[in-house]
Design a protein around this ligand. Structure first.
Ligand SMILES: Cc1cc2nc3c(=O)[nH]c(=O)nc-3n(C[C@H](O)[C@H](O)[C@H](O)COP(=O)(O)OP(=O)(O)OC[C@H]3O[C@@H](n4cnc5c(N)ncnc54)[C@H](O)[C@@H]3O)c2cc1C
Length: 384
């Protein structure tokens, strides 16, 4: 279930659903091609899982998410029949785009067994910078300004003070006291000078306290290791955590980070923030002790409500699963959720495919975490 075939002439990959995302990228790169969707979990997540959750990642700012790279799918339906959708063509306007019905459906409509993925030329050069800011609010303002100024870097990652503290041992010496947040920004291009010149322009617009441009491949890799290892560091930490996955329109990022800061201050629950800031996707990580369980649930619920209130989504790239299903109706009140239920009933009338996911089974309230099986007993890792 993990076969990978690269077709350089059609610039596509035919892969089985169990193929590891990072292996697909490496196979494509050997032909000078790129499969851009790159969740931080790329060395453990599968293409089937990425399709089920419409995975995003660091490069999605410039290149788009998994849905933008699916040309064809083979799906096993609930009745055991096999559905072949799409193919290797890059355009198709003949009827409903059924491939997209299955992308992001979290395995509730069918099981993906094979996919044809679009590949693009691999940009050969990259330039990377680490920029510090006095506060997370000032970093968020800088992100909104950058996009308004017409720049499109290939990565723009945000880490607040709490997140920086957790991965400090992996970061450059530029991290001085007084730093409240940092942006990791990267631009790619056909020539090293082009990537560098664009990066300089981006740094000028972003401003900040100090910046460090990676001088070597090794330095660039170290910066990315610090960002990518954040999830692992949190998982290995002593405290319970719940990782959110919201997105808001770019202009509302400053307001969302202000609300997160106020929420943390008023409840005493620590929130360490990382995010694919360039596409408005924020991962507030709620870190809490056993005695803070109730408040952690309230904080998590408030973050979901705030994201929707600011015109955003309660899940940008991880899906709802069973964990956030009760908030589905907050984002999709009325007809849209009913239509989703109708599609589910049509394709899976006996409800055998991933039952209990996506659709609410309880109210969207502060108790949604308390209703999770096992909540309240021992160390908890939820989300990501
Ligand atoms: C440390 C860490 C970092 C992460 N970073 C990111 C990130 O940057 N961006 C991002 O988008 N996600 C991220 N994730 C979340 C997760 O890795 C992704 O959502 C990924 O797409 C899930 O793929 P998987 O193979 O792990 O799927 P699983 O976790 O095994 O499954 C996820 C869902 O997909 C369904 N599913 C799996 N395979 C199929 C199939 N073949 N057909 C139908 N349904 C299927 C499962 O039933 C389940 O509901 C991260 C996770 C971790 C642990």
């Amino acid at each position: 279930m993990s076969r990978i075939e690269i077709d350089p002439h059609d610039a596509c990959a035919r892969v089985e659903a169990g193929a590891i995302t990072g292996s697909v990228q490496e196979a494509a790169a050997r032909h000078g091609l790129m499969y851009p969707p790159d969740p931080a979990s790329l060395y453990m997540s599968t293409i089937g899982g990425n399709i089920a959750c419409n995975a995003g990642g660091i490069s999605c700012l410039k290149y788009g998410v998994t849905a933008d790279y699916i040309l064809g799918l083979t799906v096993v339906r609930a009745d055991g029949s096999i559905l072949k959708l799409g193919g290797a063509t890059r355009k198709r306007a003949s009827g409903y785009r059924l491939t997209h019905l299955f992308i992001g459906s979290e395995g509730t409509l069918g099981i993906v067994t094979e996919a044809t993925l679009k590949l693009i030329p691999l940009p050969p050069h990259r330039a990377t910078a680490f920029i510090t800011f006095p506060s997370v609010e000032s970093a968020a303002d800088a992100v909104a300004n950058l996009m308004a100024a017409g720049h499109l870097p290939c990565a723009l990652e945000l880490m607040d003070e709490g997140a920086l503290r957790l991965v400090r041992h992996l970061l450059p010496a530029v991290l001085q006291p007084g730093v409240g947040a940092a942006l990791l920004v990267e631009q790619d291009g056909p020539l090293a000078e082009v990537a560098e010149e664009e990066l300089f322009g981006i740094i000028q617009v972003l401003g900040g306290l100090e910046n460090r441009i990676a001088q070597s491949r090794a330095e660039r890799d170290r910066l990315w290791e610090a960002r990518r290892s954040f999830g692992k560091v949190v998982m290995e930490g002593r405290r319970n955590y719940f990782s959110e996955d919201i997105a808001v329109p770019l202009s509302r990022i400053p307001e969302m980070v202000r609300r997160l800061r106020q929420l943390s201050d008023s409840t005493g629950v620590e929130i360490a923030l990382v995010g694919h800031a360039g596409d408005g996707n924020l991962h507030p990580n709620i870190l809490f002790g056993d005695d803070q369980r109730n408040r952690a649930g309230q904080v998590a619920a408030q973050i979901l409500r705030d994201a929707v209130e600011l015109g955003g989504t309660i899940s940008a790239e991880h899906g709802l699963g069973a964990l956030k299903r009760d908030f589905a109706s907050t984002e999709h009140p009325g007809a849209a959720l009913e239509l989703m239920k109708g599609i589910k009933d049509l394709l899976d009338p006996n409800g055998i495919l991933n039952p209990g996911k996506i659709f609410p089974t309880g109210p969207a309230d502060d108790e949604f975490l308390s209703r999770q099986p096992g909540w309240g007993q021992g160390h908890h890792e939820l989300g990501l």
